[in-house]
Design a protein around this ligand. Structure first.
Ligand code: FES
Length: 104
């Protein structure tokens, strides 16, 4: 059974992003076109903080340390590159709260 954890409300988002900690893991939550997507905040290269990077014109989250990019929806790097980060599902609570669960 899925395990959901309440992590924040809509008002917690700054610049359409929020950094949550779930079961000891940092999760970068991005608000894109009214939906929310969660990926590990730990870059696959040498653990850069993805939440502090920009979203590029294609919607990829760019790691601020060396520029690795990840799709916030899939955790995958563009162009078939093997790098990827863990993804998390986001649900919307009745009060606008965000709830997250670890993907299997
Ligand atoms: S740590 Fe992310 S690109 Fe270097």
């Amino acid at each position: 059974m899925a395990s959901f954890v309440r992590v924040c409300s809509k008002g917690n988002f700054v610049h359409n992003r929020y950094l949550a900690t779930v079961n000891g893991k940092q999760v970068a939550i991005f608000q894109i076109d009214g939906k929310h997507y969660g990926i590990s905040n730990v870059c696959a290269r040498i653990a850069g903080p993805i939440i502090h990077g920009d979203l590029d014109k294609h919607g990829y989250a760019v790691c601020p340390w060396h520029g690795y990019r990840y799709d916030p929806k899939t955790g995958k790097a563009p162009g078939g590159s093997p790098e990827r980060v863990e993804t998390f599902s986001i649900l919307h609570g009745a009060s606008g709260a965000q709830v997250i669960r670890k993907e299997a």
